[in-house]
Design a protein around this ligand. Structure first.
Ligand SMILES: [Zn+2]
Length: 401
């Protein structure tokens, strides 16, 4: 099952520590069995039951990893976008019931089936570009039923498309509208009811918090991280997006998988990330839509050896971008990532941000998540916007697009 021999590919292995650009291997064959890369070499012989795929010298890259998305949501905010460009203020839109509140209401009132259809449309866009591992967060329900419904939809997306979906519980995304409780009481509910339930029933793989002046305080974030640790779930954080709240330093205290956004991360706090082995996730889509000018401290991160990942942050408010390659391009042009760093950000480092060591690189023993491309160079993917699509996408050894 899923036994495959790919012949005559130019491999950009993206392997950690490789000396050649992109981990280049010319004129190479890849043998896959049971969804795992078994062997890489030249002139490998097909075994009985191997499906042979002739790559004709095309490029082979690891399947991409979009390690930060809010892909499951109801409603549509294009009208709000139109209003904002007409000069209506965010406060006025919020007074009219717009913003995240409208997404929460719509997500609550949309059936799981309808949410699945809407989410599949977005996930297929990502898959068409070669994304084979996708993270999806809850956080537009902010009540028990809807948060769980969002996580269930994420599972259906994985099953339907035959790709990997990693689920993150983001109950502490925003205050629920009309909740009749204050923020501390809501955090009690998140910590005492939701996180234990999500962990016990294995509904999510990690816990996330929006630590920000307009989100939750450092102290509230600490309580969420403690509850996650007690429940045995790893943590990550939306931190330092709009201000330096020291959420990243706190996250590192809990050995966070990743800290995300980090435009306002101070250079003096970068060493903390390096020590904790926490991945810095850059989200240039939100930076772009918010017309932010503060940039993450990429040079300091690079010099400290912190792994940098890039993701879409796809969400209806601040990053409605169903294109990981567009975000990789933005990470290079806005934030100064090299082409190689941008590609590592959506492969091997994206995987690391999710705590996954079994993918993101092409090497024996790794999952056979592979994409084939007819293009001049891996750099073409960062250079040209919407220029290339993979002609073949393989996830876990299976042909999925
Ligand atoms: Zn986000």
């Amino acid at each position: 099952m899923n036994n495959l021999l790919i012949r005559n590919a130019r491999i950009a292995s993206m392997q950690r520590g490789s000396k050649s650009p992109f981990g280049l291997l010319e004129d190479t064959d890849i043998r896959v069995a049971d969804g795992i890369i078994q062997e890489i070499g030249s002139d490998l012989r097909a075994k009985p039951n191997d499906t042979v795929l002739e790559a004709n010298g095309h490029w082979c890259l690891p399947g991409f990893v979009d390690c930060h998305t809010h892909l499951v949501y109801g409603g549509d905010r294009s009208e709000e976008f139109r209003q904002r460009l007409d000069g209506v203020s965010y406060e006025e839109i919020s007074r009219q019931g717009g913003g995240i509140k409208s997404t929460v209401r719509a997500t609550r009132s949309t059936s799981a089936k309808a949410l699945t259809i809407q989410t599949l449309r977005r996930a297929r866009r990502l898959l068409e570009e070669g994304v084979t591992t996708l993270e999806i967060k809850s956080g537009y329900g902010l009540d028990e039923d809807t948060e769980l419904k969002m996580l269930e939809v994420a599972d259906v997306v994985a099953d339907t498309l035959d790709i990997s979906v990693i689920k993150t519980f983001l109950g502490a995304h925003s205050m629920p509208p009309d909740a009749g409780m204050n923020a501390d009481e809501y955090i009690d509910f998140v910590c005492q009811v939701m996180i234990p339930k999500v962990a016990k029933e294995k509904r999510a793989d990690a816990v996330d918090v929006f630590c920000e002046t307009v989100g939750f305080s450092l102290e509230q974030t600490r309580r969420v991280f403690e509850a996650a640790r007690d429940a045995g779930l790893p943590v990550k954080g939306h931190v330092e997006q709009l201000s330096d709240s020291k959420g990243a330093v706190l996250a590192c205290e809990f050995n966070a998988l990743s800290v995300e956004h980090i435009e306002y991360l101070q250079e003096s706090d970068v060493a903390t990330l390096a020590t904790a082995g926490t991945v810095a996730v850059l989200l240039p889509g939100a930076y772009y839509y918010l017309k932010e000018t503060q940039k993450p401290p990429v040079k300091a991160l690079r010099e400290a050896g912190v792994d940098m990942a890039v993701a879409t942050d796809m969400n209806p408010g601040t990053s409605p971008i169903a294109s990981l390659l567009t975000c990789a391009n933005m990470a290079s042009l806005f934030f100064g990532l090299t082409v190689e760093e941008a590609l590592k950000g959506i492969t091997v480092n994206g995987a690391r941000a999710l705590g996954l060591e079994d993918r993101g690189e092409i090497a024996p023993g790794k999952r056979a998540d592979l994409t084939l491309w007819d293009m001049p160079s891996p750099a073409s993917l960062i250079y040209e916007l919407n220029g290339y699509r993979p002609h073949t996408v393989i996830a876990g050894g299976k042909h999925v697009a």
